[in-house]
Structure formats: C-alpha cells, structure tokens
Design a protein around this ligand. Sequence first.
Ligand SMILES: C[S@@+](CC[C@H](N)C(=O)[O-])C[C@H]1O[C@@H](n2cnc3c(N)ncnc32)[C@H](O)[C@@H]1O
Length: 422
Amino acid sequence: MDSIGELARAHADLWKHLFGFLPSTALNCLVELGVPDLIQNHGKPMTISEIVGKLSITNPSKTRCLGSMMDILAHSGFLSREVKGVEEEDIAYSLTPASRLLLKNEPHNLRPFVFYLLGKIVAGPWPLLGQWIKNDVPTAFETCYGIPFWELATKSEFGPLVNEAMAVDARIIGETIVNECKAVFEGLTSIVDVAGGTGTLATIIVKNFPTIKCKVFDLPYVVADLQDSENIEFIGGDMFEEIPHAHVALLKYILHDWSDEKCIIILKKCKESILSADHKGGKLIIIDMVRREDDDAHRQFVGLALDVYLSAYMNGKERSEKEWAKLFLDSGFGTYKITPITGLQTLIEVYCIGGNECSVLILTLFVFLLNQCDWKIHLILAKQIPFLRRAFTFREGPSCTCDNSGLMQVVGFEKKRLKLGN
Ligand SMILES: C[S@@+](CC[C@H](N)C(=O)[O-])C[C@H]1O[C@@H](n2cnc3c(N)ncnc32)[C@H](O)[C@@H]1O
C-alpha cells in the first residue's frame, strides 16, 4: 500500500465484503420470525420495541441484533425506515413492495422461495466452492451431498421445498406472460410444459386461453398426486428419454439448469415431440434469462449470481443471446424471437423449421449472406417470402414492432439490427 490512508480504506472495504452475506441472512431471519406480517398487521410503521414486544423477546442483545438486521435491510431498500427523532422510539419500519411479497396472505407470496434458497440444504455447498473448483466432482452440490441436485430433490424433503418455491414464482411469471405476451399463445391448441413442476403455469395458461390443452410433464414423484382437470393432464417421466407430444413445448427455468450437452438432448426431444404432434408451426416457448452486456447493474448482479448458483449447484448457466442462439442451432432449430417481459426474465420463441438438419444449414447460410446486405433488402425480402418473416430474429422494443400480418415495422433502425439466430 502507498499510504496508511489507502491501507485503512482497503481494510474497511474488506470488512464490507466479509459481511456481504448478511442482507440475505437477515431477510431469512425476519421471514422465519414473521416480522413482515407483524408490521402489516400493526397497520402503521412499527418500532423495534413494538416488534420485540409482539415476539416476546426480553434479552437486550437479541433486541439490538434484530434492530441492526432491520437497519441492514432498510439500508438496502428492502424495508422502509422512518426517523422522527433521536430516540429508539422515534425510528419505525414499514414494508416496501419487495418486502410485501413475504406476507403470508399476499397472493404473490414468495416466502417458499426464501425457505428454498436460504434454507439449510442450499446453504450447505456455498462454503465448498473453492474445494469444488479444484476437485473433479461436477458440482459443489455433489461435493457437499454426494448426489446431484435433482436426485436429492427426488429422495428427500428438499423436493417439495423446491416444488413449492417454483410454484410461487410460476404464479408471478405466468400472470406476467399471459398479460404481456398474449399473441404468443393465441391460436395454440396444445402445450407440453416440460418439467412443468406442479402445474401452476399451465393452470394460468388454460385459464386465460381455454382452448389450449396442457400436458404438465415432470419427474414421476412431482406429479404423482396431482389430479388431471379438463384442460390439464399430468404426466410423469424423464425428459432425457421422451417428451409427450404437443403443438408447443414450453420450458420455464429448465435449460438454465443444464449444461449445453444436456440442453441439446432436451431440445432434440422437444423437437421430436413437436414434430410428431403433426402440427404445422410448432414451436418452443422458453422462459429464462437472456444476459446482455448492456444490462443495468441490478440485472447484471442477478445474472451473475444465478450463473454462479446454477453452475456450482447443477452444472447449468444463465446464457447470453449468443449462447442461446448456438444452442438452438446445435439442436436443429436455428430461428428464434426474443420478447423481454417485465422483470428479469425473457420469453424466447424458437421455431421448428422441420426435421431436416440440411435445411437448417441452408437457411443459416442464406441468412448469413442476407446479414451482409443492406437492411432495406432484408425488409423487402421479408415482405415477399412469408417463411423469411419467421426466420428473422428481432428484439421487440420501442424501436421494433410487428404488425398483425407478421410484417416487421422498423422504426429508429440505427439502434436495432435484424439478424438470424446466431
Ligand atoms: C427449476 S424447476 C422448474 C419448474 C417449472 N418449470 C417452473 O418454472 O415453475 C426444474 C424442474 O425440472 C424437473 N426435472 C428435473 N429433472 C427432470 C427430468 N429428467 N425429467 C423431467 N423433469 C425433470 C424438476 O422436478 C423441476 O420441477
């Protein structure tokens, strides 16, 4: 270090990083104690002494610790903190939209996600990341527990914990996509929700699109006790062996759990499922993250955090558009359309252009050549050849829209680029 000042600043910085785990630890503790519900039921901002009174805590160091955890969460913006004076009684806490998601009676209650991600089983492998990076074991999860993630889920109480967490997330994502991406589902007749958990997403889809029949396909233990309904059929099986036939295969939070090699197997099985359903215009609908260089700081952090989690726990990854495109091409698809949805996730439609790998190759070459042309030529060609309209991938946003006939309208083209899959 050049100076004592620099040394002291570095020392302070290290302390901050040493305790970087505390916001999530504090969050877990407050949810366990039911603090968000206490604040909500209180009807107005609540002081620490009111909270500890409700929790019947008398030990002063526990009271102090709880207050400091509340302050850590207020500091990160997860709780709101009102200060009216210098006394402890002058400080009161209230909920923010994010902390309201932890209320027991909130319809979009995400408490099960806290219990899953911050619970003991997921906590186990984190201290073993260094050991895992040096050993020959595929994941830190296996370094800790000796078996892969989904195997432990099948064999223990961890499975229901994961299923419940996924179901509450699916409720929020499901309601978002049926509102923001109606056109994606219009006209579809059948969907197989591949590794669709306990069917929350399928339930939302059939409620909003009653003409769609949904097959929810997952590991046998997940669907064993679930009852079919008029539009939903639960099917147990292994997606690496065979996927039930349908017009469309839906994959939410599946491909990010697996390596590229495993994803190619899943995608090829999906393709067989779609093609053998004998429907024209079959497609995949993928809901996952698409990481981008220009993501804002929040998205970048969550993207990186999930990437670390998925690679260390399941040998999966959060992919960039380039990585997705390669995956589609390598599994015989090749054309796709990306629609960002509110929040962190993205909906990707991947089109099935036939079982013939050769046609994929020719199309790729053709569009590679097109990509070398002036963009106006793209548009002229796209207007003339309906097949090409689908072959172009474009990002929907303020400067690019698609009219009812599927014709691309490009506004402010300097910001956008039309391109095919890779
Ligand atoms: C991250 S969860 C996503 C669940 C659901 N799609 C959602 O987003 O709510 C992954 C799902 O994959 C299922 N799964 C894991 N391995 C599978 C396999 N070989 N065949 C079918 N499903 C599998 C798990 O049981 C789990 O439900």
